[in-house]
Design a protein. Sequence first.
Length: 76
Amino acid sequence: LSALEGGDDGLTFYQRIIPEASKYLVDGGYLIMEIGDSQGKAVMNIIKKEKQFCPLQLVKDYAGLDRVVVAQKARF
């Protein structure tokens, strides 16, 4: 049920997970997250603000809707 409670804009969990994810990924590791069909641009913007990630791809589902965001932790 908590996954359905993403705050007023639905982005609360992405705003918490993305900044913390680099602690758990090796350099060059991938962060792959399922998103709501209207959240693609917003989640990509959150990733762009985090200097340790490079947003790579916004994957669409079979209906042509944004469904998955793929980012890679920078190699230092």
